[in-house]
Design a protein around this ligand. Sequence first.
Ligand code: ZN
Length: 318
Amino acid sequence: MSERSFDISRRRFILSAGFTAAALSLTPRQFFGAEQNLVAGARASGAKAKIATQALRGNVSALIGSGGNIAVLPGSDGKLIIDSGYLTSRPQIAAALDGISRDPIKHLVNTHWHFDHTDGNEWMHSAGATIMAHENTKKHLSTTTRVDDWDFTFPPLPAAAIPTELTGAEKTLHLNGATIALRHYDPAHTDSDISIYFTEADVLHTGDTWWNGYYPFIDYSTGGSIDGMIKAAEANLAMVTDKMIVIPGHGPIGGKSGLVQYRDLLVTVRDRVAALKGEGKSLNEIVAAKPTAAYDAKWGTGFVNGEFFTKLIYKGVG
Ligand SMILES: [Zn+2]
């Protein structure tokens, strides 16, 4: 059975089962995702998103609750914002930004091209932001991009939403009295991932190379892979110190211990799935063996459950 038909038959099963115990054991987001396309469901959820503002250090704050985690550095050069959340959350995000300071929105950086980090680009640009990102983010946002694992095709974004200031391997910004270092990862979650490091505040935004407390999505359609995710987790660990505050792409603010747990999770599950695949087991047999079972209660309650994570790893091993 192909992966695609596996997905569809699972959806049919959930729909035909109605409100059975199996359906009720899913989180609302998973159940919603089973009824609707995952991207459409995620965007719809943004309308009801509650945004929490968390002050971190050195004037850097995080807005948590709409798509990927957003970082904000206000000041006399205008606000610098990292990632733009769902368009459907615009009123809540705008209110949260106003709550931080009255400085205008001037600079937006995208950690990578995904919709839950870039849907708000157009309105932030209309509010005054110049958009910066890795050149591959511009490439994917400018063209039709299909993500099979989301069963979704993204049309090109309007010109106002496309980054116009591009980074390659590294770039340093000087804004609002801070030194901000942008660094491209080798292909990991996508081929467009960058980290943003607020040097004086010692706050790092990892984009979606780190999902704190959740199995990550891995976007093979635009260059991602499990081995690339592990290399990026190692790169984050090489940089982190005991004092550094780390903003993950998804999940709560954390630091070194969380990054260590996450790297260990990726390596352990990757090795298990690779061993089963090496024994000649099929995808369905490997999913049935539940190689993530011991981790699902802690890591499998978000966007990606244990079965989906197993399938994402299977694609990239052996
Ligand atoms: Zn992403």
